[in-house]
Design a protein around this ligand. Sequence first.
Ligand SMILES: *Cc1c(COP(=O)(O)O)cnc(C)c1O
Length: 368
Amino acid sequence: MTATTELLAFEQRPHPAPLPAEQRAQVLAAPGFGQHFTDHMARVTWTADAGWHDARLEPYGPLQLDPSASVLHYGQEVFEGLKAYRWADGSVWSFRPEANAERYARSAARVALPQLPPELFLESLRALVAADAAWVPDGGEDSLYLRPFTVATEAFLGVRAARRAEHLVIACPVGSYFSGGVRPVSIWLCRDYVRAAAGGTGAAKTGGNYAAGLLAQAEAAEHGCDQVVFLDAAERRFVEELGGMNLFFVHADGTLVTPSLSGTILEGITRASVLELAGDLGLTPVERPVDVAEWVDGVRSGAITEVFACGTAAVITPVGVLVDGEERHETPGAPAGSDAVALRIRSALLDVQHGRVEDRRGWMRRLA
Ligand SMILES: *Cc1c(COP(=O)(O)O)cnc(C)c1O
């Protein structure tokens, strides 16, 4: 097995014809989300016999997969999502990437994929960002979204953990999730399907959880809602999370409540950071089960003053309304005001990420 230190040198196989600067500038001017990818991708191969090997940086492009590759049949894959931010001095940074590296390894373990050593995870980010540094936008809320993922590529239809896998990192420039300012989203309460059950894969960042949620997301869209919220599988009563974001409730008594991690909720790094920042805003963070009835009654009585969702992609998103069948439960002071907790936490996070304030918690890591 190759020693990790040897692996940290990514072999450079540069793109023979990277996108011309002028066209890149056009993409960066209106990046959208997840549509335009940079010139390169980082890649490391794993086999049961040789372990992780052949770390390289190569042109972004289609993968050659055997049609019997296990990921295509049994969904054996995991992924991560984080961003690279350009600071005013030109340097490029990421937010708590060690936490992503550790979660990536935990997710992989849950679906019987090989665990990439965290230092190799970080080095694969650095290799890609160094090569495609010109793709990291500057200004405003723009950033380079990094998507590491591992797929099982062994050509074999038998049902067991694959003996061959690939770790890849691709990247795309992204703008603010909200064009035209932060806008409260509407949430559809999903009563037909669950996303994850105890003992299942809900706490792993794996594609299957997303597949399980897509029909509910389509149902939400049919009802004019932006997002869907899932309830627990056992009692269909406790609020879990959105398809890809964690939820918070601001209470009039000064507590900031989020559903406790039960094994079925994805442990968001934004969620963990919001819990840490709560004290700075004079709020008391609380992790406990949240009954959906508490949400409905709370926004009606005023005991809950704000609801918001959080995740890397959209940072913090105020929730304006919960739609349950024919019923609509509006959050009273849908936080448009600048003193809303959701917006204050949002600015606090963005300021650290974009290097506009001192990083007192040591959250930022330089990539380039
Ligand atoms: C990635 C993800 C989140 C948010 O996690 P962050 O680390 O904050 O980006 C929340 N829920 C699910 C299901 C996710 O996949």
